[in-house]
Design a protein around this ligand. Structure first.
Ligand SMILES: [Zn+2]
Length: 395
């Protein structure tokens, strides 16, 4: 039997801790040393009241950096032990410091629900959004769907609409002058209760099983005779034991086809490395398309400059969120190209059509079929293929 000291030396502990420092009740969230009185204290703007959306974005990035460092350090320890290499690292603890907002100390001692962020992410078991972004209870609403998409009129879309309508901060409204006052008098600003939620993150990830399924379906369909939309609809209704799952895959297939069209060499290749690279690009494109969908939802609800929509792709290989528009990041070339293409046209009409899982072409009623929209997107991307393709190459 080994002594405790010996066991500790051969197997250092790497901890990820939630810590409440009672002597420092509103601490910085991710500062390394809890005993350091000089550590930064951003809690004056911490979530007991709405905080600036860019501050929310920074908290998410900081939290992800902490989690990625924790996993990175734990991996380093494990590998050194496995290879019996020299210089086994020491014990180390990574802290997420909680404040009163996250533990609840008033009235009933229950936490009053006021998260400052929302996230739309995938159901993937390796991507729990709160954990990988260093958030605690009461920080974040999480809506999770396969492939981080929202179908039209589904429960997930409804849930997100509920969150944004009930909790998202709105711009101050101008009030009409009260009765008896002249029209020339200045309007008063309504003092409304400030809502806590100021940002949403659309979070995709690499190695996505839903994207694998859509990719496989596209490859499989390549072997079958091409069906018309009517035939495809009839086939689905008649034969599918999983119509809801098929609706998700159908939506993702659009994305797969667009990216394959933009990357013909990768699409034709049978090499694993090429297929992996193609899927990585599909993941990015899918995330950014869903970002546009949510941005449109926020605009429709009337959320203004005090609310921001972010996107990012979580790399399961090293736990880092990359390719995003979070503060300090600027991977928006594709979004700008899509924006340019969409111009004055309603984003909503595009997405409403994209999200109809099996809309039948009906040009008389002015309803655009999914294929038609897909064709439009492809045409635009082909016209500006260089911009789209160049941007997809970025990690
Ligand atoms: Zn996934």
């Amino acid at each position: 039997m080994s002594k405790p000291g010996e066991a500790k030396k051969s197997a250092p502990l790497v901890d990820l801790c939630m810590t409440f420092d009672a002597g420092h009740q509103e601490p910085a969230r991710f500062a390394f040393d809890p005993k350091d009185p000089q550590r930064p204290d951003p809690s004056q703007k911490m979530p007991t009241k709405p905080i600036d959306p860019d501050e929310v974005g920074k908290l998410i990035l900081e939290g992800n950096s902490l989690y990625a460092s924790f996993i990175g350090y734990a991996k380093e320890v494990a590998e050194k032990l496995e290879k019996k290499s020299e210089g086994v690292p020491e014990d180390r603890t990574f802290h997420v410091f909680l404040n009163k907002h996250q533990i609840g100390t008033h009235d009933s001692h229950a936490i009053h629900q006021e998260p400052y962020a929302a996230v739309l992410s995938c159901i993937d078991a390796r991507v729990p959004p709160e954990l990988i972004t260093g958030q605690a209870a009461n920080d974040m609403f999480a809506v999770r769907t396969a492939g981080n998409i929202l179908l039209e009129r589904g429960e997930a879309r409804g849930s997100l609409e509920f969150i944004l309508n009930k909790y998202a901060r709105r711009p101050p409204k101008e009030q009409k002058p009260p009765k008896g006052k002249g029209e020339g008098e200045p309007a008063e600003e309504t003092v409304e209760e400030e809502k806590p939620l100021t940002a949403i993150l659309v979070l995709g990830h690499t190695k996505c099983g839903a994207i694998d399924a859509a990719y496989d379906a596209v490859i499989e369909e390549g072997k079958d005779p091409v069906l018309s939309r009517e035939q495809e609809l009839a086939k689905l209704l008649r034969e599918s034991p999983n119509p809801s799952l098929d609706a998700i895959v159908a939506r993702l297939k659009i994305v797969v086809r667009v990216v394959m069209k933009l990357n013909p060499d990768l699409a034709a290749s049978k090499e694993k490395a090429d297929i992996d690279e193609l899927k990585r690009r599909i993941c990015h494109f899918n995330t950014e398309l869903n970002y546009l969908d949510i941005r449109h939802m926020a605009e429709k609800i009337g959320l203004g400059a005090g609310f921001k929509v972010f996107f990012g792709s979580y790399h399961v290989e090293d736990c880092v969120i990359r390719r995003s528009n979070l503060p300090g990041k600027d991977d928006t070339a594709m979004i700008e190209a899509l924006d340019k293409y969409l111009g004055e046209r309603s984003l909503g009409s595009i997405f409403e059509s994209l999200n109809q899982p099996w809309s039948v072409p009906d040009t008389k009623a002015g309803v655009k079929s999914k294929d038609f929209i897909f064709g439009e997107l492809l045409d635009a991307m082909n016209r500006d293929a260089e911009a789209f393709s160049k941007d997809l190459v970025k990690p």
